[in-house]
Ligand binder design. Structure first.
Ligand code: HEC
Length: 138
C-alpha cells in the first residue's frame, strides 16, 4: 500500500491550475483511462494497475478542486471514485479479476453520478458547468 500512496501523490498536479482548462484535461484523461480499462479483457496486470493509478491521482485532484468550491456531493463522488480506483489498483495488482471488475463498475458510477449533478451539456455537444465558470469555453 505504501507504494501506492507514493505514486498517487506523485501524480497530483494535473488540476493544480484549478481552472476550466485544467479540469477538461483531467476529464479527458479520465475518459481515456476508463475506456482503456473497459476494453481490457481481464482487468488485471501491470497495464490495469497503472491505468487505475492514473485515475486515483485524478480523483485525488478532484477532491481538492470540489472542496475549494464547497460542493459537498461532488466531493463525495470524488472520494468514492478515488477509493474505487485504489481498490481496482489493488485487485489488479493481486490478479483478482472479479474484484477488479466490481471496482471498475463502482468507479464508472461516480462519473455518471457527478455528471448528472454538475455537467451541463451545450447544444453543440460540448459541456460546462456555468455556475462555476460563466465565460464561454474556448
Ligand atoms: C466529481 C464530479 C465528476 C466526476 C467524478 C467525473 N466528472 Fe467528468 N465532468 C464533470 C463536469 C462538471 C464536467 C463538465 C465540465 C466541462 O466540460 O468543462 C465533466 C466533463 C467530462 C467530459 C467532457 C470534457 C470536455 O472537454 O468537455 C468527459 C469526457 C468526462 N467528464 C469524463 C469523465 C469520466 C470518464 C469520469 C469517470 C472516470 C468522470 N468524468 C468523472 C464532473 C465529473
Amino acid at each position: 500500500m505504501r507504494r501506492i500512496a507514493i505514486l498517487v501523490v506523485a501524480l497530483a498536479g494535473l488540476l493544480a491550475a484549478q481552472d476550466h482548462k485544467g479540469f477538461d484535461a483531467a476529464m479527458k484523461s479520465a475518459d481515456t483511462s476508463i475506456k482503456a480499462l473497459n476494453k481490457m479483457e481481464a482487468k488485471t496486470g501491470p497495464e490495469a494497475v497503472s491505468t487505475a493509478e492514473r485515475l486515483a491521482g485524478l480523483y485525488e485532484e478532484m477532491v481538492g478542486f470540489w472542496r475549494q468550491r464547497g460542493k459537498a456531493d461532488a466531493v463525495k463522488f470524488s472520494v468514492e471514485g478515488k477509493a474505487a480506483a485504489l481498490a481496482l489498483m489493488e485487485a489488479a495488482y493481486a490478479g483478482n479479476g472479479q474484484d477488479a471488475a466490481a471496482a471498475l463498475k463502482s468507479l464508472g458510477a461516480t462519473c455518471r453520478g457527478c455528471h448528472q449533478a454538475y455537467r451541463v451539456k451545450r447544444p453543440d455537444g460540448t459541456s460546462t458547468f456555468p455556475e462555476l465558470w460563466r465565460e464561454p469555453k474556448k
